[in-house]
Design a binder for this molecule. Structure first.
Ligand code: DC
Length: 234
């Protein structure tokens, strides 16, 4: 039985990558999944989609019924683009850029604290992940979504470095954002994600911790692959 209580024929591994914003989880998870031939599930993008749609629909954060209906009705599609990046569609619309603005980042952090939202997305994440050969990236994968995941990583980096990366990312997209302001946003999200009541950002006791502050992407991938390849079921 998997944590969702459903019997499945699991193949390969379930790999969890958790950690704070800007630690490099998405880039690493995407590249690692490509190397292993695994599915990559960006759970943050699921929460971001709900935040964008809630904003568009004028939903209040106190409207649990409205949020539940939204979570149940929205159709989120992950599509791999030619350059191997992942595009996110909701109801047929490409929302990949729209869900990554600073405003939606902060709203997502608040909406993801809602139990009603977490409960529904948790079930979806388990349904997708329980077949195995999957890398799930988020905040609570190794602690709540798949506490029995085969391999758990906790990827972190110093807040200033995470803010700097996010700042470069936003500016590359042509969005006007200051460095100090971006570091402050990252710190605020850390605090919100760590202090919320339901499924807070927390390192699983059995997670392998990697500090990416001074590591290249390649170095992180090599370190992770070394851990994963030891497992005969990979
Ligand atoms: O990974 P990200 O920056 O795209 O995540 C956006 C927000 O979503 C983050 O501030 C916290 C929330 N989140 C969460 O609560 N649980 C997850 N498994 C993934 C993201």
């Amino acid at each position: 039985m998997n944590p969702a209580g459903v019997d499945t024929i699991k193949k390969g591994l379930i790999i969890a990558i958790d950690g704070p914003s800007g630690a490099g989880k998405s880039t690493i998870a995407r590249l690692l999944a490509a190397r292993l031939g695994y599915l990559y599930l960006d759970t943050g993008a699921m929460f971001r989609t709900i935040a964008l749609m809630a904003k568009r629909g004028g939903l209040s954060l106190d409207d649990d019924d409205g949020l539940a209906a939204l979570c149940r009705s929205v159709e989120i599609l992950f599509v791999r683009a030619d350059d191997d990046s992942c595009r996110i569609f909701a109801g047929g619309e490409d929302i990949s850029e729209l869900i990554r603005t600073p405003e939606i980042s902060l709203l997502t952090s608040r909406i993801s604290a809602k139990k009603v939202v977490r409960d529904i997305l948790l079930q979806l994440q388990r349904d997708i992940g329980s077949v195995g050969r999957v890398i799930l990236e988020g905040r609570d994968i190794g602690t709540v979504v798949f506490p029995d995941a085969d391999v758990k990583f906790f990827l972190s980096a110093r807040p200033e470095e995470r803010g700097r990366r996010r700042f470069l990312e936003l500016n590359a997209k042509g969005e006007k954002a200051g460095l100090e302001e971006t570091i402050a946003e990252v710190l605020l999200r850390d605090a919100q994600d760590e202090q919320r009541e339901h499924a807070p950002l927390r390192q699983a006791p059995d997670a392998i911790v990697i500090d990416s502050t001074f590591l290249s992407i390649e170095e992180i991938l090599v370190e992770m692959e070394a851990v994963i390849r030891v497992n005969p079921s990979v």
